[in-house]
Design a protein around this ligand. Structure first.
Ligand code: IPE
Ligand code: MG
Length: 230
């Protein structure tokens, strides 16, 4: 979800205004994902690197996150959404974690859309943590080093048990992954758009999905193998 700051700047407003309007995009995209029957939606809301931003902006983002969670709880319960968090929860301010934990607990048994919020998330950090856990299991004799495979590593990521993403959308015109789901997105279709996040609404989301539907996913095979043509 990139481009909030620029969106605000273009309108002569402070960056935080962009984040505020960006929350409306989040609401619209989550609703659309639900309507479409998408099983998992992961929103990169705050990266491990975002802690380097000015304290005032970080504070504003945490405040917006808290009020978003408070105001959406009933809606998530009603609409069978299950909220999860991926990232370093221990770095999030305690008053935000309190609300976060409550929403996660109260939506845990919902089996509709899984909504992952990536908060203080960094993919390298996530992979390192998984490797450390596997190394510890090796030392304890729970797993042999040769038995470590794709599945074993995936089982130790924050996204354990969830399918890999099919489509990865980045708004705001940059064409990079910025430490997002590096392991999980190995075969994701990448979609980059100039649209700034506050302007990324239902129509823009549907356009991205239609683009995705026209891709041929070969997973290393030939096009002929995939289509069954001679
Ligand atoms: C939102 O956009 C990303 C968040 C950390 C919430 P930015 O804040 O990165 O906006 P730009 O890139 O400065 O326009
Ligand atoms: Mg940005």
């Amino acid at each position: 979800m990139d481009g909030n700051g620029r969106w605000a700047k273009q309108r002569g407003k402070i960056r935080v205004m962009g984040h505020k309007v960006g929350v409306e995009s989040v609401q619209e995209i989550v609703r659309t994902a639900r309507e479409l029957g998408i099983k998992v939606l992961t929103l990169y809301a705050f990266s491990t690197e975002n802690w380097k931003r000015p304290a005032m902006e970080v504070q504003a983002l945490m405040g917006l996150l808290k009020s978003y969670l408070e105001s959406e709880l009933a809606n998530m319960v009603e609409n069978n959404v299950s909220l999860r968090c991926i990232g370093q929860q221990q770095r999030i301010p305690p008053e935000v974690v309190k609300v976060l934990d409550r929403v996660i607990a109260e939506t845990a048994n919902n089996d509709g859309l899984i909504l992952n919020l990536a908060l203080s998330y960094g993919s390298r950090n996530e992979i390192i943590q998984a490797v450390q856990a596997l190394a510890a299991e090796c030392l304890q004799g729970k797993i042999r080093p040769e038995a470590i495979n794709d599945q074993a590593l995936a089982d130790h990521l924050y996204t354990a048990g969830q399918p890999d993403p099919d489509l990865l959308i980045r708004t705001g015109g940059e064409a990079r992954l910025s430490n997002f789901l590096l392991w999980q997105a190995s075969y994701a279709e990448l979609y980059f758009t100039e649209t700034l996040w506050p302007d990324f609404r239902k129509d823009a989301f549907l356009t991205a999905i239609i683009d995705f539907q026209q891709r041929q996913r070969r997973f290393g095979r030939t096009g002929e193998q995939v289509t069954g043509a001679e």
